[in-house]
Design a protein around this ligand. Structure first.
Ligand code: GLN
Length: 543
């Protein structure tokens, strides 16, 4: 057994309390004290990964360097810690069962009845300890998805109970996140739901060490005392987590409450003052913008903000870097057409056409690209957004009739976006796209080369279709240039229109790599371009 310490974060009373943000904030504070920390999320659903889930169901699917399709909380972990996560950082019930069943088929349990306890719980314990046993981390924070008391979470809670026992005192602690609701009719904050949820956890044999209480109002000291008394924790271990105006305030709020100190004390680790100067410098820029730009986000899942989580966060990082407030105006691509396009897009300082799958809303995306290309509005197309830019260019500049993507129109005579060769024999949907980080060479003299200030980059992917190289020569001749190519396969990863002030389409997802400490250069440059466009527009109007 290694000397790695474990923190388990559970949730009670209700879902959506923000366990991921609390875990990431705690990790940030521990990292800022010099500890090597990582965070893992255990999800209680049966899908092997969230890659097969509709964004309406589960929000964005986040992709790691090693190509795992994961929960969006991993995006928060990376954005807060600036440390990459991997497949090991997200485990689902589906993956646990898949692995146990495969072992059973191989005969690894020969002669035995395979059961939830001990086989499933052992598998969970092993998955939790993979990160700790790597020797790369002093502390592993494991967030248990769902709410205590859920049928689905039971094996996880039991695994935590056993692991805490195995690890021994001061090596594994439980931080329980609950809700302290305010009843306006009574004018009171209520502790009972927290008491019940701590009790539910105890029924599974786990005494919470620390309570983090989500609340809309400050918790007075008598109420903290009451919670401590009835939930068997020290008063200093009752931590208030009050609603914040931005998730990036939460590490400071947790610092004020002393969460890092109590955690380290319980883990018998030394505690010093965390150095969060860089974090606070970012916050300061984020909260005191000098000017503002409005960027349109053209997508078909815009009703649910979580669908484009990493894109929205990347704009926050890029905005702070430029000391600009970036206002995002969501535009539903399904309702966008040539009649209303001017009304919806003309006032914007930049337009991003979002990633996506399937036919719904794509004509609106193509109309949007046409409008911004013809009107010199800064444009960034991501994945499907890049593919739509190629289709638009082929249809409207090259006049290739019916140019399309095989994804939307398998019969098209002009598949400017084609199914990738290696995808042609694949029938399974789960985990079979081109995933994870791939290298890309940037063309000398291109806008991207100037933005990245590098010859070769590595970005993360999640797609099945590609720019059809058979059309490359004619598309380039007409003014859309392939400025980023995969060095091994020649696959087109980036297109630009040099005649346009700022027009970039990328087959990969830059948003996954933007963090507080490292805002993504493409987003930073895009916001800068929007700012330039805005000031130019103003001078034109004023002239
Ligand atoms: N549907 C497109 C493809 O599979 C784009 C995917 C995406 O936007 N992530 O290639």
């Amino acid at each position: 057994m290694t000397s790695t310490k474990y923190i388990f974060v559970t949730g009670g009373v209700t879902s959506s309390l923000g366990k991921g943000i609390i875990a990431a904030s705690l990790a940030k504070l521990l990292q800022a004290q010099g500890y090597r920390v990582t965070i893992q999320k255990l999800d209680p659903y049966i899908n092997v990964d969230p890659g097969t889930l509709n964004p309406y169901e589960h929000g964005e699917c986040y992709v790691t360097e090693d190509g795992a399709e994961t929960d969006l909380d991993l995006g928060h972990y990376e954005r807060f810690l600036n440390v990459p996560t991997s497949q090991a950082n997200n485990v689902t019930t589906g993956r646990i069962y898949q692995s146990v069943i495969e072992k059973e088929r191989r005969g690894e349990f020969l002669g035995k009845t395979v059961q939830v306890v001990p086989h499933i719980t052992d598998e969970i314990k092993e998955r939790i300890q993979i990160l700790g046993n790597s020797g790369d981390y002093d502390i592993v924070i494991t967030e248990i998805g769902g709410t205590v008391g859920d049928i689905e979470s039971l094996p996880y809670i039991e695994a935590v109970r056993q692991l805490r026992w195995d690890l021994g005192e001061n090596n594994g602690i439980v931080v329980h996140l609950t809700l302290v609701p305010y009843l306006s009719a009574a004018g009171e904050l209520k502790t009972k739901p927290t008491q019940h949820s701590v009790k539910t956890l105890m029924e599974s044999g786990i005494q919470a060490d620390i309570l983090v209480c989500r609340t809309e109002h400050d918790l007075p000291s008598d109420l903290r005392r009451k919670l401590a008394l009835f939930c068997n924790v020290k008063e200093e271990a009752v931590i208030q987590s009050i609603d914040a105006s931005t998730i990036y305030d939460v590490p400071n709020l947790m610092l004020e409450e002393g969460l890092d100190k109590v955690v380290l004390k319980k883990l018998a680790l030394q505690s010093t003052e965390p150095d969060i100067n860089r974090w606070n410098a970012f916050l300061n820029r984020h909260k005191n913008p000098k000017t503002e730009v409005t960027i349109g986000l053209i997508g078909k899942y815009v009703e649910l903000q979580d669908s484009y989580k990493s894109i929205l966060e990347a704009f926050i990082h890029a905005g702070a870097e430029n000391e600009v407030k970036v206002t995002i105006e969501s535009v539903h691509s399904e309702y966008l057409n040539s009649d209303n396009i001017k009304l919806k897009l003309a006032h914007l300082d930049g337009v991003l056409v979002a990633p996506g799958f399937g036919e719904r809303g794509i004509e609106g995306k193509i109309d949007a690209v046409k409008f911004v290309r013809e009107n010199n509005i800064p444009f960034l197309g991501i994945c499907l957004g890049m593919q739509m830019a190629v289709i638009e260019f082929a249809r409207n500049v090259l006049k290739i009739e019916g140019a399309d993507s095989i994804e939307m129109n398998p019969e098209t005579k002009n598949p400017v976006i084609n199914l990738m060769e290696e995808q042609k024999s694949i029938t399974d949907k789960g985990g079979t796209m081109r995933l994870g980080a791939w290298a890309c060479n940037l063309k000398l003299g291109s806008l991207v080369r100037d933005i990245y200030k590098a010859e070769t980059i590595k970005e993360r992917h999640r797609h099945r279709y590609e720019f059809n190289s058979e059309y490359k020569a004619q598309i380039e001749k007409a003014g859309m240039i392939a400025t980023g190519l995969n060095p091994d396969t020649g696959l087109v990863e980036i297109v630009e229109v040099p005649e346009h002030p700022w027009f970039i389409g990328v087959q990969y997802h830059p948003e996954y790599k933007s963090t507080v400490a490292n805002p993504h250069p493409l987003f930073v440059a895009f916001v800068k371009a929007a700012l330039k466009y805005k000031s130019k527009q103003k001078s034109v109007t004023m002239a």
